[in-house]
Design a protein around this ligand. Structure first.
Ligand code: GLA
Length: 755
């Protein structure tokens, strides 16, 4: 029996998702949507043959790749496509792996040793990753490579998911030699593409304007985004998307590389001298060095690679499904998320028990389900200058403790949630007085402060243990159903007092491993608590966090118009079920803008919905509107939290004045369409909004939210076919003067139900 037959037999399937062709020495990872083809080259290195459209199984594709790096003309710089390139051997493009050896050199040449195909997917020690719930959902292969002179052993792991155009990769590096090694670059994935006609799409911005879509055509040389902050950061998402310059939302090729990691990352593309493109994604090599004693392992984070020929929409749909259902986990993964009210913008630090209960009482009457107490409940924290680290209730504000408040909230018939920022310490705190050495810093150097706070050294297990104990005590002390886990500053003077000099390059990654350990232990100990991650809004909104907290505070910017761009950008990779989105007061605290409350809700509906204001100060008319909004969201939350999110009109295209998107249920019987116009224009032109993902043969009854007694309602509130809604669209140009009179910041939802 040849290997291929054996593998088929082991799997018991006729068509293997991973096929080993022993004579071509080729591995073919395949499903209906994608093929990933690699092969052992003549020199033993692993060549990349193809990642993209599905190719027939049972065939050899060895002719797609070159013979091997050494085995042809011996010309350096040959643009051969490699799975895990190393430095020093004539490939002068970006390496995926650099290991300093005992003699100080770092040349490596990895050769195939063996491989193992298995059903399902393995987890990665200490790191979050996507998973399979049954063996049939995914198939994996681990390829062992070795560099004999140094003893470096590398295991390349790949998983193909049965129902998605996705391959997840990670790498384990082992010191199989007898001398100490230093890993200075260890990418999670490297991808070689045979041409350079690509546009790099990145999600970039800053605090309060995270994840804006930014495009650039690839040029010769390297182009990258990265973080050195100790967190993935507000500045760039830890991902890299390549699309054809002609690729649109709905057509054309696109690749996604997304890193399941929350720390320093590098996402880089290089166009080489023969016009090929190499992309790499992983831990940022800058400042990184990991010592491997003989026998020791290092695991890279996971990179999730996707390919689509259906434009960015195809890519997004693949990531949304996987990240919502096979990266997020826990009891809240599939449950409808509660409508919450958070007191932060309503009170900031100035509250007492009665004030909070008053807000909650109004909120309860309006249908809101969860009350979240934000910053300021502990120590003596009347502003942001003190008390982080002292997770003991401030009885001046809450004389009956967290428990007393929590019970009163529960007695109202609501659930109760709490804000924490466990990774931090204020210099003015009992924790800092007791353990000044627990704050990250370098002996003999002043520590740079940010928001008057320092970061605890989570690379030290005793500090993680302490945090687990004190936070567990808080969470067990009261009826807490939800936690907002914040992180409000980046790391400076990066170093750990607990690491020897030669291991300081491990600090940033060890911090993240400590963070994941803490998150894993707390979410494991409190499985019924819904965790929402936060970092000054979207400063650590990444797939790594999503593995612990199924939702995240998308941005501190609650302005509806700004949120259009932030939520649109985030939706390239992240599902709506991961995006916290709240209605706040006007003038907006971040922009001073005054938008109608209906518009604020119409934007926030396309996320995990809530409020961020003092409900007691709402007028009677506003209360009626809020009650209507909450009822609307509850009626549609299953659809928006779990349905297919489809982007229709981009705020990043043209003058960005209009945005439109929709959510469609899996059975395509229901949809909600959101249309938003930032500034009104007099005498506007013809405007039709064509929808997608509807059932062409279904007839949909259309209603409008908010309802309007005007021609927009009259001409759209009809029963219309899925076909004509797709081909002709909704009418936004019914009466041009009337549309102009909707004024600035107009939002209109259209609700479709199949008859
Ligand atoms: C960060 C968060 C906010 C709020 C404050 C509290 O900025 O993003 O939502 O919790 O901290 O200090």
């Amino acid at each position: 029996m040849d290997d291929r037959a054996l593998d088929r037999d082991v799997e018991g399937l006729l068509t293997m998702p991973i096929e080993w062709d022993a004579s071509a020495r080729q591995l073919h990872l395949r499903n209906d949507q994608v093929s990933y083809l690699i092969r052992v080259l003549e020199d033993g290195s692993i060549g990349q043959l193809h990642f993209g459209a599905p190719l027939a199984d049972g065939r050899s594709y060895r002719h797609l790749g070159r013979a091997g790096f050494q085995g042809f003309t011996n010309r350096l710089d040959d643009p051969i496509a490699l799975e895990y390139p190393t430095a020093g051997g004539g490939d002068f493009r970006m390496p995926a792996l650099v290991v300093e050896q005992a003699d100080g050199s770092s040349s490596l040449r990895l050769e195939y040793a063996s491989h193992r195909i298995f059903p399902g997917k393995a987890s990665i020690d200490g790191l979050p990753s996507t998973y399979a719930e049954s063996a049939g959902e995914a198939t994996s292969v681990e390829i062992e490579l070795v560099d004999r002179p140094s003893g470096v052993q590398v295991a390349l792991s790949y998983t193909i998911f049965r129902d998605a155009p996705i391959v997840a990769r990670h790498v384990r590096i082992r010191n199989g030699g007898s001398a100490r090694l230093r890993v200075t670059t260890a990418m999670s994935a490297s991808l070689d593409l045979p041409d350079d006609a690509w546009t790099l799409v990145q999600l970039s911005g800053a605090w309060a304007r995270e994840r804006h879509v930014t495009d650039r055509r690839l040029a010769p040389g390297r182009q990258s985004t990265a973080s050195l902050r100790g967190a993935s950061g507000h500045e760039h998402d830890p991902s890299l998307i390549l699309r054809r310059p002609t690729t649109t939302e709905t057509s054309g090729e696109a690749y996604g590389l997304s890193l399941v990691y929350s720390g320093n990352f590098l996402a880089e593309a290089e166009v080489g001298l023969y016009g090929t493109t190499r992309a790499r994604l992983g831990i940022n090599p800058e400042g990184f060095a990991w010592t491997l004693e003989p026998g020791a392992d290092f695991n890279t984070p996971e990179a999730v690679l996707a390919w689509s020929n259906d434009g960015l929409d195809g890519l997004s749909a693949a990531y949304h499904g996987l990240y919502r259902e096979r990266l997020a986990r826990g009891s809240w993964r599939d449950r409808p998320r509660p409508v919450l009210i958070n007191n932060w913008e309503g009170t900031y630090f100035a509250f007492d028990e009665q004030k909070l209960v008053d807000i909650a009482t109004v909120a309860r009457d309006l249908g809101i389900e969860l009350f979240v107490l934000d910053d300021g409940w502990f120590g003596a924290r009347d502003d942001d200058t003190s008390s982080l680290g002292d997770w003991v209730v401030d009885r001046r504000k809450l004389p009956n403790g967290i428990d007393g408040l929590g019970r009163r909230i529960e007695d109202l018939g609501m659930r109760f949630g709490l804000w924490i920022e466990p990774e931090m310490v204020s210099e003015k705190s009992q924790l800092f007085a007791a353990h000044p050495d627990w704050a990250i810093g370098v002996a003999g150097r002043p520590r740079t402060e940010s928001r008057q706070q320092l970061v605890l050294d989570l690379s030290r297990p005793e500090i993680v243990d302490h945090l687990f104990t004190v936070i567990s005590e808080v969470l067990a002390s009261a009826p807490i159903s939800y936690v907002k886990w914040d992180m409000n500053r980046n790391i400076t003077e990066p170093a750990s007092l607990a690491l020897p000099a030669e291991r300081q390059g491990e600090f940033f990654h060890r911090y993240i491993l400590g963070l994941y350990d803490l998150y894993g232990r707390l979410t494991g100990a409190f499985p019924e608590i819904l965790f929402e991650s936060c970092a000054g809004g979207g400063g650590r909104f990444d797939p790594g966090m999503l593995a612990y907290a199924p939702q995240a505070w998308t941005s501190d910017d609650t302005d509806a118009i700004e949120r259009l761009r932030i939520q649109w950008g985030a939706s390239l990779l992240y599902p709506t079920s991961s995006m916290g989105a709240h209605v706040s007061a006007v003038p907006n605290h971040q922009t001073g803008r005054r938008t109608p409350i209906a518009t604020r809700a119409a934007v926030a509906f396309f996320g995990v919905f809530g409020y961020e204001l003092d409900a007691t100060s709402l007028s009677g008319a506003e209360r009626a509107e809020v009650a209507d909004q909450v009822a609307f969201y509850k009626d549609h939350r299953e659809l928006v939290q779990r349905g297919r999110f489809v982007r229709l009109r981009s705020p990043f295209e043209g003058d960005g004045n209009e945005t439109a998107w929709m959510s469609v249920s899996d059975d395509r019987r229901q949809a909600v369409v959101g249309f938003y116009q930032t500034l009104t224009r007099p005498n506007p032109g013809v405007n039709r909004l064509r929808l997608r993902e509807l059932d062409p043969s279904a007839r949909y009854r259309i209603t409008l939210w908010p309802a309007r007694a005007d021609t927009v309602e009259r001409d759209n509130a009809l029963v219309r076919g899925g076909d004509e809604l797709t081909e002709v669209g909704l009418f936004l140009d019914v009466d041009r003067h009337e549309v102009a009179n909707h004024g600035d910041y107009w939002a209109q939802l259209f609700i479709l139900r199949a008859e």
